[in-house]
Design a protein around this ligand. Sequence first.
Ligand SMILES: [Zn+2]
Length: 141
Amino acid sequence: MDIQKTVGILLGFILTGCGAASPPYVDPLLLPFTKSFAKEALRFSGRSYSDTPTTTVFEELPKGIAGQCDHRDGHIAINKTYFQKIPYYLRELLVFHELGHCILNRRHSDRPGAIMYFRLTDPTIYAINKEKELKILFVGE
Ligand SMILES: [Zn+2]
């Protein structure tokens, strides 16, 4: 190991040790969606979630589970196998749904078409009603 690497690692420990908060980890493939969520949150509710207190990563989840939010530590897991198979709008819907749980403390809606509906909505319908559904997600029904 060369000396520069050692210094870098030590510096890392020192920065971690002094309590400098690092932003929660978001998988690069999911980052466009978490950023978009923060942007929409600001637009609809005026609240800034730039320091979103949740990690958002891919994990192996049981078949039939597209994503989940763990409220205890604000951890979002997305089913990668499923994510890779679905179109853009459904990906957005899935990430927004989980962020709705973990960040906005939203529960499931029993209204089909809602972002917080317990089943993922048809992405075409979501795309058409997106503006209305985002308002409901961030501001309420
Ligand atoms: Zn849910």
